[in-house]
Design a protein around this ligand. Structure first.
Ligand SMILES: Cc1cc2nc3c(=O)[nH]c(=O)nc-3n(C[C@H](O)[C@H](O)[C@H](O)COP(=O)(O)OP(=O)(O)OC[C@H]3O[C@@H](n4cnc5c(N)ncnc54)[C@H](O)[C@@H]3O)c2cc1C
Length: 497
């Protein structure tokens, strides 16, 4: 593992500040190394060939290779490249630029607007980059960008180590981390992106090429800052991620269920006034479903008694059914996963952060919308933030801005059957309308949105995702992707001056 010491900084600076040129990559230009940007702007590169596992429309596995987790979005890319090594990504990006083909980056396929795929373009898929190097002495882990969250949690769990991830195991570690990444460990260890201390990234270079940059707190620190919360498909293709990891031997996992919504006011109000301010080892999510309320909580290094005590104000409301398990984080995380094929095919969400407790009116609105939900798989999801570790920015800072949120929340609806593209089509407009009206009803009580759960059609989405960090993001974009090679519906545009 690399030791991110001052000495390494000096060594790295002597040879070019962390830029790595792969053999035979470039002709023209004065140097393959860059000290402060993506490379000599006038360089041209020899014609590139696609390498890796290539899937084209004629391939029998094209439909499966193209399909995302949210089957609401169906795209028909020209070609999908499943990279087997970093050079495949370099070749694919160079090829896309030389053929003027739209490109998208993909890892775990969970983009909630289908933005990791594109009609008539190239999908550069890193999901088969699955190397794992864990250094228990320095408590760092360098992993391929293709790991999903379950694979990452499991690999770390074998050493009683952990970093923050989101809750659903099949979500890509890359996509979650680069947009922020919160879950049960956020109040204990910060955002996933706060745990990120380095990355290997393939960026556009020169007129028509690509190159690899090694990014860490000393090499391209501005890019590391940007990757911590705005890295999704904006600056380049991340091929590996380095995390600082923390010891975590055991957790108490508590689940409580209230039948019906009659206790909603008491449960929600008590949760929002206590869970964000409790012991930072305790992370919790409250989910309101059409016919029940669910509380999920994880207490890091805690006992059942402690978990019950910390949650007592909430658990004392009504008569919830409560279960508690004690175990390693890896096995606990694996245990609460729902297999993808048991989930609805199509989904719609709307993300929002909240800084003040919801008033009674807002909780009444949640109840009313949930009682008129478009499908049984609709829910109102929340994640406690408050006084947890996410308040503290990591060394070098992060583009993720919502550190003082009380909680995150999202109305969500799921419908349709996986593998049956037309199933429940009639529900689609009803679910879309429900989400739009639900989020509108809560608009007076929320402030900010989460780029990993993008809000389509939202005015000033840039500010909602990144607040005042957006101006700096545009400057960093202009430095590393001046030609705006990485662009999609809500990508960061380069600064113009
Ligand atoms: C069921 C479900 C549960 C979720 N739960 C949580 C949660 O608990 N906490 C949380 O924080 N979020 C959660 N999310 C949101 C999740 O973090 C985002 O959907 C995430 O962006 C998905 O990443 P992915 O790699 O799976 O998706 P992809 O579709 O592969 O990519 C998503 C975005 O990231 C970009 N991207 C992917 N890989 C790279 C890369 N290597 N380099 C550069 N850009 C890349 C893509 O271009 C795209 O813009 C959830 C989403 C779903 C669908």
């Amino acid at each position: 593992m690399r030791d991110l010491s001052r000495r390494d900084l000096l060594k790295a600076t002597a040879v070019g500040a962390g830029a790595v040129a792969l053999p035979g990559m470039m002709v023209g230009g004065s140097s393959a190394f860059a000290t402060d940007g993506p490379g000599p702007s006038g360089a041209t590169y020899p014609p590139a060939k696609l390498t890796g596992r290539i899937v084209r429309p004629q391939s029998p596995d094209y439909a499966e290779a193209s399909l995302g987790w949210d089957e609401l979005f169906v795209r028909y890319p020209l070609v999908i490249v499943f990279a087997q090594e970093t050079q495949d990504v370099v070749n694919a990006l160079t090829w896309a630029r030389q053929h003027d083909v739209a490109l998208r980056v993909r890892s775990g396929r969970h983009s909630l607007e289908g933005w990791s795929n594109v009609d008539n373009g190239i999908v550069i898929d890193v999901s088969e980059l699955k190397d794992v190097h864990i250094d228990t002495a320095t408590r760092t882990a360098k992993v391929g960008a293709g790991l999903n969250q379950l694979e990452a949690v499991t690999a770390l769990g074998e050493y009683d180590l952990a970093a923050t991830t989101g809750t659903e195991g099949t979500v890509g570690l890359s996509g979650a981390t680069l947009g922020g990444g919160f879950g049960f460990l956020t109040r204990y260890l910060g955002m996933a992106c706060d745990n990120l201390i380095g990355a290997e990234i393939v960026v556009a270079s020169g007129v028509n090429g690509a190159k690899v940059l090694e990014v860490d707190p000393w090499n391209h620190p501005d890019l590391l800052w940007a990757l911590r919360g705005a890295g999704n498909g904006n600056f380049g293709i991340v091929t590996s991620l380095t995390y600082k990891v923390a010891p975590l031997k055991s957790v108490a996992y508590l689940q409580a269920t209230w039948s019906g919504l009659d206790d909603l006011h008491g449960v929600f109000d008590t949760w929002q006034r206590t869970a964000p301010f409790t012991d930072p080892r305790l992370g919790s999510q409250l989910e309101v479903h059409p016919t029940e309320i669910l509380l999920f909580a994880v207490l890091a290094e805690g006992s059942e008694t402690e978990a019950r005590r910390l949650l007592e104000p909430i658990l004392s409301i009504g008569k919830p059914e409560v279960t508690v398990q004690i175990g390693g984080w890896g096995e606990t995380y694996a245990g609460f996963q729902i297999p993808n094929d048991e989930e609805p095919a199509k989904w719609k969400f709307f993300s929002q952060f909240t800084r003040e407790p919801f008033p009674t009116k807002a909780i009444s609105a949640i109840r009313e919308f949930m009682e008129n939900a478009p499908s049984p798989d609709s829910n109102f999801f929340t994640q406690a933030f408050g006084s947890g570790a996410q308040r503290q920015e990591p060394f070098g800072g992060a583009a993720f801005p919502h550190r003082d949120a009380l909680f995150y929340s999202e109305p969500g609806a799921g419908w349709g059957t996986r593998g049956e593209p037309d199933s429940d089509d009639a529900v689609t407009p009803i679910a879309q309308t429900w989400i739009a009206e639900f989020s509108q009803a809560l608009r007076p009580y929320v402030d900010g949105a989460y780029v990993n759960v993008p809000n389509i059609g939202m005015a000033e989405w840039e500010k909602a995702y990144w607040g005042h960090n957006f101006t700096r993001l545009r400057k960093i974009k202009a430095k590393y992707d001046p030609h705006n090679v990485f662009q999609y519906e809500q990508s960061v545009p380069p600064a113009t001056s």
